[in-house]
Design a protein around this ligand. Structure first.
Ligand SMILES: Cc1cc2nc3c(=O)[nH]c(=O)nc-3n(C[C@H](O)[C@H](O)[C@H](O)COP(=O)(O)OP(=O)(O)OC[C@H]3O[C@@H](n4cnc5c(N)ncnc54)[C@H](O)[C@@H]3O)c2cc1C
Length: 329
């Protein structure tokens, strides 16, 4: 066990957790930031590193990875203990403090901010068996590096926002891009669907993927066997890379054992981000209240609210609020 007692331990190192950690340190609290992945950054880093974001205040256009770089730079200005590759499994109240159990260490803290987003990311995978070697180069569930798709024949599977956006985006750099969807209608923003329809992306609808195998003649490529819905029609496309975007499975189920008041998979919070447990707060995508928007801008605002409420609970004598212009020395 770590013998330090933190003022605040933040569970989850996405945008919400990163900014809350910075802000808590700015308010002179001892802070631990705990992230299950080896890197900070959450969804923008893991799910859409190369996509441009247009609705973060003060940044007209910023890619997921650029935003995370800026958050990392900001965090490095102050002192925060980072626990990376550390998954929180349980929280337990003992003697007015919280004991956080993880896969690595136990962390003792006076307050907790839960910022786990949708939980650890697990992509919904293709449901049939395929040669695992295909995942090395030719099949992926995330875009880690756009160069993997550059000047290649690629296909995106899925019909939601993410799949449609990726098909449009990859089409700008790929040789040929197709989108494979089991319905004729997409579950994506109208403006994105209009852009898709106006683009040269080949739309293979309504098809499902039945099999993926290495191509016999050129094993740097794969054959994707497609079956038309409600029909016996089958066809095979030969491509270099298949990006499967069937969404992600949330594993925020662990929360059920933490005695938190939940609404569906989300944690119910007050206007000050308080949960039903003493000195436990929730922010970002995992927190819910009437009118909640799952946005980075919202997550950024919720961190300071939770930190300030925690500060008032833990140290009632301290000044309650200061602007950063007078805090940063
Ligand atoms: C394709 C896509 C496009 C988007 N575009 C935009 C956009 O344009 N504008 C916008 O504002 N928002 C956008 N969003 C939403 C935005 O990314 C989220 O609102 C934001 O990431 C929420 O931040 P968060 O920190 O709450 O959660 P997350 O980013 O999900 O981070 C949570 C972190 O907690 C970690 N974690 C989970 N469980 C544990 C555990 N048990 N122990 C330790 N760590 C744990 C995870 O690994 C993760 O790193 C988009 C989302 C997607 C998927």
């Amino acid at each position: 066990m770590n013998d330090k007692t933190y003022d605040i331990a933040i569970i989850g190192g996405g945008p919400a957790g990163m900014f809350a950690a910075y802000y808590a340190s700015l308010r002179k609290l001892n802070v631990a930031l705990i992230e299950s992945l080896p890197n900070l950054g959450g969804q923008p880093q893991t799910l859409y590193a190369q996509k441009e974001i247009y609705d973060v205040a003060g940044l007209p256009k910023v890619s997921g990875t650029e935003l995370v770089d800026q958050l990392t730079n900001q965090l490095s200005l102050l002192s925060v203990d980072e626990y990376l590759g550390t998954s929180v499994t349980d929280i337990e109240r003992t003697d007015d403090v919280w004991k956080i159990s993880t896969n690595k260490v136990e962390i003792i803290t006076k307050a907790i901010i839960i910022a786990i987003g949708n939980g650890a990311f697990k992509p919904r995978k293709l449901t049939f068996d395929y040669d695992p070697a295909i995942e090395d180069n030719n099949l992926s569930y995330f875009v880690n590096d756009l160069n993997d798709f550059k000047n290649k024949d690629v296909a995106v599977a899925g019909g939601g926002d993410s799949a449609v956006d990726w098909a449009i985006h990859l089409n700008e750099i790929a040789n040929n891009t197709s989108i494979i969807h089991r319905r004729n209608k997409y579950r994506a923003m109208e403006s994105s669907v209009d852009t898709l329809n106006a683009s040269s992306v080949e739309q293979l609808n309504p098809y499902i993927i039945k099999d993926v195998t290495f191509n016999n003649l050129d094993d740097s490529k794969i054959d994707v066997l497609l079956k038309k819905i409600k029909s016996d029609d089958e066809k095979t496309i030969t491509i270099y890379k298949l990006l499967v975007n069937y969404g992600f499975i949330s594993d925020s189920k662990i929360l059920r054992d933490w005695n938190l008041e939940l609404e569906g998979p989300f944690i119910k919070v007050t206007q000050q981000m308080e949960t039903n447990l003493p000195n436990v707060f929730a922010i970002g995508d995992i927190a819910t209240y009437p009118g909640k928007l799952q946005l980075i801008a919202t997550a950024f605002a919720e961190g300071p609210m939770a930190v300030t409420r925690a500060l008032r609970n833990l140290y009632p004598d301290k000044d309650y609020f200061e602007h950063s212009t007078s805090m940063f020395k």
